[in-house]
Design a protein around this ligand. Structure first.
Ligand SMILES: C[S@@+](CC[C@H](N)C(=O)[O-])C[C@H]1O[C@@H](n2cnc3c(N)ncnc32)[C@H](O)[C@@H]1O
Ligand SMILES: [Zn+2]
Length: 307
């Protein structure tokens, strides 16, 4: 099985990392300590070391509370189904870019294992140290945490490591990932192409036109109906393989759940007093989830289902 330490790279110089006591150290002596929560902080030195980088704690807490209710499970199912169809047999290494607190990282890894019966090593990177901390706790609670972030051997069939890291300078080796994931996060196209192994898949989940439309109608007088369809820059080695729309409805069953959903979205930063007041009066809401699952491969490489 692939060991995590073989995949990690120094965020300062790109060198390989070795274990020394409670730290990871590169040949140029850049050192990264193991935090009490269980992660190694691989944010590059400088401004991204700032604890405020990435989503705020309040957003992370709200997302954990909302996602743990399983409302977005159909997204993880669709993602795992697509990867299962497209990836070659055998162990899968998954790099989740902008993983938040690792909910989808864990669920996708679990579902991939259930569907393929081959080991999964999933790495979730997020700029927020708090999110990585929650990710470690989640991985621990679901039995996927291992000390492999510090070089210990992997312990189970599903291993999930959540680490603070900048997705635009991923601290991982070239061509090591069977799949790179980006869910509701900025897409680092160049880094995704760099870390994907030949035949690997970049899977991007983005909001569709009607995503949470009922919530947006409650928050805003005018609702935009444009849709962002992720596409790599023209000079990217990545090309679109397929785009799968997915829509389902779910109920936010309490004021608290609705509030959590609101806080975990970009609407939290964009909504004025009136919209917030209107939302606070609702005890629940039937909602539409509408997303696009866009799958990309490296040009000139056939993926397993096409070979
Ligand atoms: C909307 S959240 C989505 C989280 C998770 N993928 C999910 O769907 O639950 C976007 C995440 O991207 C992270 N992020 C944004 N820019 C980043 C960067 N440059 N490096 C690492 N993470 C970043 C944020 O901290 C945030 O947790
Ligand atoms: Zn270094």
């Amino acid at each position: 099985m692939t060991e995590l330490l073989d995949l990690l790279r120094c965020p300062a110089c790109g060198g390989t990392l070795a274990r020394r006591d409670g730290s990871l150290v590169c040949e140029a002596r850049h050192a990264y300590d193991l935090a009490r929560a269980g992660y190694v902080n691989l944010l590059p030195p400088g401004k991204m070391k700032n604890a405020r980088a990435g989503d705020e704690a309040v957003m992370v807490r709200a997302r954990t509370a909302f996602l743990s209710l399983g409302r977005y499970d159909p997204i993880d199912e669709a993602l795992a189904d697509a990867l299962c169809r497209l990836l070659p047999d055998g162990e899968a290494v998954v790099v989740d870019m902008g993983a938040g607190e690792g909910w989808h990282t864990c669920r996708t890894a679990e579902l991939l294992f259930e569907k393929r019966a081959a080991p999964v090593l999933a790495l979730g990177f997020d700029a927020s140290k708090y999110a990585a901390e929650r990710g470690c706790a989640l991985a621990r609670a679901r039995g996927h945490f291992s000390r492999c972030a510090l070089g210990s051997p992997r312990e189970g069939d599903v291993t999930v490591a959540c680490l603070p890291g900048n997705i635009f300078h991923l601290p991982v080796a070239d061509a090591c990932a069977s799949a790179a994931l980006s869910l509701f996060a900025p897409v680092p196209w160049a880094e995704a192409a760099r870390v994907l192994a030949p035949g690997g898949i970049l899977a991007v989940v983005s909001a569709g036109r009607d995503h949470l439309i009922e919530l947006r109608r409650e928050l805003y007088d005018e609702v935009r109906t444009t849709e962002y369809l992720p596409a790599p820059p023209e000079d990217s080695p990545l090309k679109l393989l397929e785009r799968v729309p997915l829509a389902f409805s779910f109920a936010a069953e309490s004021r608290e759940e609705l509030e959590n959903l609101f806080v975990m979205t970009p609407f939290y930063h964009k909504t004025g007093e009136d919209g917030r007041r209107r939302l606070a009066q609702r005890d629940g809401m039937r909602l539409t989830a509408s997303v696009n699952l866009s799958l990309f491969v490296l040009r000139g490489v056939t993926c397993s289902s096409a070979s």
